[in-house]
Design a protein around this ligand. Sequence first.
Ligand code: AHR
Length: 498
Amino acid sequence: MAERAILNTDIRKGTINKNIYGHLSEHLGRCIYEGIWVGEDSPIPNTNGIRNDVVKALKEIQIPVLRWPGGCFADEYHWKDGIGDREARKRMINTHWGGTVENNHFGTHEFMELCEMLECEPYINGNVGSGTVQEMSEWVEYLTFGGISPMSELRQQNGHQEPWAVTYFGVGNENWGCGGNMRPEYYADLYRQYQTYVRNYGDNRIHRIACGPNVDDYHWMEVLMREATRFMDSITLHYYTIPGPAWENKGAATGFETGEWFSTLEKALRMDELITKHGVIMDKYDPDKRVGLVVDEWGTWYDVEPGTNPGFLYQQNTIRDALVAGVTLNIFHKHSDRVRMANIAQTINVLQAVILTEGVKMLLTPTYHVFNMFKVHQDAELLDLTIDSGTYSFEGREVPEVSASASVTDAGIIHVSLCNLNHAASATVPLELRGLSGQKVEVRGTTLTGNKIDAHNTFSQPDAVVPQAFTAFILEGDLLNVELAPMSVTVLEITPKA
Ligand code: AHR
């Protein structure tokens, strides 16, 4: 039982950037091909080759920003291979991911059209690892320059007269690893060089994103901030939640034991420590917090589903993933003064996906439902919320039992998101509502839970884990007593009455 929770409805702590609800879609496994792109001649209903069901589902959760083409794929992607007559485009081997043939049918024009359909911002990741300065510079010119130039003319020849608006541009991905195995000193210099030619054309203003550290590589963050702060608008952080003890033994997405439930959530909570510690380094070089931290890869990473291509990173998604999503989004809210964007990996059929497909069939995962429930926080104002939660323990290890955050919309509607991490026991949260000056409120809620720790949706039972109306609360004056079911994610809507 939580000892006490206090929500100061009149203390605002800054805007929760909607881009925290962003996604990554890489040329990996069945994320782009089948998940998004099926081609114009497919029997799967599509618009110009892009699946209609997926677009509809992603619009529903108000996807704000989409990162592409990778991931590791970004640093071996040569964008000119993906433009012009589709049938004449180069075919290549996707060496990182399963050794499949990449036919380049989904390229710049297709991605930009997808973003237009989704009404989301494109976040394009350029190639530093195996690409040239000229290649990156020309991509930006092709995308955003409206005047007379070779790249602008090439774009027009390929059917797009006007330039696109592109705000977010990443200069390399994981350059400490798959993006070139560089030392931070070397990458910092390359970053400074490459970003020089990522030009602002016309009114288009590019937000330059430097490749940041993996997990707790504080040295990488220190060097990048020391050498390149003034040349960047944001820097990335990658952190995946891997329950198992080793990379070769990450654990299964379903059929796991209670210990794995616990260690998964314990590890997901580490995001808070990572952002805090990287934030201290960033504060040293950027005390005014001009530079954003972009957590552009996060989520669970398990062993692949048995019988699937190990390079496709296909995994099921359970109520445990819903808890990881809820806990992580609450952490991002708390750090929204520094975390300006985050991109869960990856949108469809890869890692902690919000959507799974099987041919023409599509299902929404528990993680999708959390994104749908939490979308009310997008661009809302973070509220001061303290929760003295009880602990949830397993074999002598402890984590806070309840994770929570709250925000208020422009219209004055308050939302509180609460996750009960305990797999077996319900949690009571006595939530004191302060600062309402005697105003009465109306409370409603939605909750997501499962009947077992690996409850999940399948193509034969796509609605096994879906949100339900939440009524387990009692309002007495300013005290809202909330009873959270075991392993549940809940969002309360509190509307002050005139
Ligand atoms: O998301 C899968 C991979 O994880 C990405 O390609 C890479 O950036 C990271 O290592």
